[in-house]
Design a protein. Structure first.
Length: 151
């Protein structure tokens, strides 16, 4: 099985295998070992400020953490030499967020939001990513740095 196929399967697991992500209605735009992008539509249940109709900060952080976690998983897969599904599952079983810092730059207004992640470092134990959230007009809403346990 190729690394690209395994990476896509892991991204699908994030989307279809996690009930919270189904609730968020996340879709994967693209993912490889160095970058990832996901998007989600506005839903009224995401309101964090009813007077302004803006995204709840927890939704923003969750989406940024998701795209960072997907990228961390892709970076793990990229370094594997044994590509059978059991080896991949074993390696990814320990994947988790160590630290997430989110900076809220502007109110989360929009109808569709895109979260992107870029790989800063992928080591044997820890992976570090930067993430950004934009609306459909390209307005930069939030920035985050995520540190993930990968080994």
């Amino acid at each position: 099985m190729s690394k690209d196929i395994l990476t896509q399967q892991v991204a699908d697991l994030f989307v279809k295998g996690m009930p919270f992500n189904q609730f968020l209605a996340i879709s994967v735009d693209f993912i490889n070992a160095n970058q990832a992008s996901i998007s989600l539509p506005w839903q009224d249940v995401f309101i964090g400020n009813p007077a302004q109709k803006i995204l709840h900060g927890g939704v923003i952080s969750a989406v940024l953490d998701n795209v960072g976690g997907m990228l961390a998983a892709a970076s793990v897969i990229d370094k594997l030499t044994d590509l059978d599904l059991a080896s991949v599952e074993k390696k990814l079983a320990t994947l988790g967020t160590i630290d997430l810092r989110t900076d809220y730059l502007r109110p989360g207004k929009g109808e569709r939001f895109t979260a992107t992640a870029n790989l800063l470092r992928s080591g044997n134990k820890v992976c570090v990513c930067t993430m950004h959230l934009h609306n459909e007009e390209g307005v930069h809403i939030a920035f985050a740095t995520g540190t993930y346990m990968v080994g």
